[in-house]
Design a protein. Structure first.
Length: 151
């Protein structure tokens, strides 16, 4: 059915008991059929059986693959080094490595003063020894004896 056949139009009705005149319009009544409710249902025609079978196949191939590896070069820093991470012309990256430098300063600081005194102490000490004593006896005449004893 085309859409214009199904469109509803307003139709002017005329009394059919009176005869048709030349100025009157002819009226044609059109009817159509529509399908009411349609029902559907499933019915079995048969069945299909499917089986699954897995086959394995051993593969032994050499396949090339790319692996990135890091190369590390240690280069001493020069005096004008910026100390920042830099990208070099060949695309490699230069990373600065820092270490702590210990700076030790020594100075002489007065800590204490030592005062040294001399003390004289008298101690008694026992000594055992033999002493020799020389004596001189003079035997002289009276004139010389007076001179010697007069001393």
């Amino acid at each position: 059915m085309e859409p214009e056949d199904t469109a509803r139009r307003t139709v002017r009705r005329r009394d059919l008991s009176t005869p048709l005149e030349a100025s009157d319009e002819a009226v044609v009544i059109r009817q159509e059929e529509e399908i009411g409710g349609v029902r559907k249902r499933w019915r079995g025609l048969g069945f299909v059986r499917a089986r699954k079978h897995v086959e394995t196949m051993r593969v032994d191939e050499v396949v090339p693959r790319l692996v990135e590896d890091a190369q590390l070069d240690r280069v001493p820093a020069d005096e004008n080094d910026s100390g920042k991470i830099e990208t070099l012309e060949d695309g490699s990256i230069s990373i600065p490595v820092y270490e702590e430098e210990l700076v030790v300063t020594k100075r002489v600081v007065l800590r204490e003063r030592i005062v040294l005194r001399k003390q004289v102490v008298t101690q008694d000490q026992r000594i055992r020894s033999e002493l020799r004593k020389e004596r001189v006896e003079i035997d002289a005449d009276d004139e010389v004896r007076d001179l010697v004893d007069g001393d």
